[in-house]
Design a protein around this ligand. Structure first.
Ligand code: HEC
Length: 137
């Protein structure tokens, strides 16, 4: 009886250890910036120009690239409104200099200029709008 109890305890200890090791291993790759797709990024939300893209651009880019400021602060690159912005989506493959600069593609200047890179989820949603045809929707 005593031996049996000891064996059960031993078995339980090994199980607990195995569980801990597995749990730690499972967490090892939970670094968001190492994953291609942000796990909790909801790309099913609307990514239309009017509801999503223009807001991101307003908040992060127009300080320098607006109608009023682009000549002085934005290297004369005007991203104010769809008609202006679309030129920078179509000036190269895969979303042109607009997406390239946001993704910090080495072929383009890194944007926002002097600011932090936009978060992965925001970039994925902008990319979704582009993959859906970059429409004025
Ligand atoms: C603080 C000012 C500032 C902000 C904010 C800013 N930019 Fe710029 N951006 C510039 C300047 C200045 C240049 C031109 C630099 C040059 O020609 O040397 C530029 C250049 C660019 C270019 C041309 C890149 C290339 O490689 O030809 C694109 C596209 C661009 N910006 C997009 C954006 C987008 C999109 C955002 C927002 C996510 C943004 N910028 C935010 C100042 C800014």
């Amino acid at each position: 009886m005593y031996i049996q109890l000891k064996l059960i305890m031993k078995y339980l200890k090994i199980s607990a250890l195995a569980f801990t090791v597995l749990a730690l291993y499972a967490c090892r790759y939970d670094k968001a910036d190492e994953l291609y797709v942000t796990p909790d990024c909801d790309t099913t939300v609307s990514t239309t120009f009017s509801q999503y893209v223009s807001t991101v651009v307003d908040n992060n880019c127009l300080e320098c690239h607006s109608n009023a400021n682009n000549a002085t602060l934005g290297g004369s690159i005007n991203l104010d409104g769809y008609a202006n912005l679309i030129n920078y989506v179509n000036d190269g493959a895969n979303g042109g200099s607009f997406l390239g600069s946001i993704k910090h593609d080495p072929n383009y200047l890194q944007m926002p200029d002097g600011g932090a890179k936009l978060d992965d989820c925001t970039i994925q949603k902008l990319e979704k709008w582009i993959n859906n045809g970059a429409q004025d929707n």
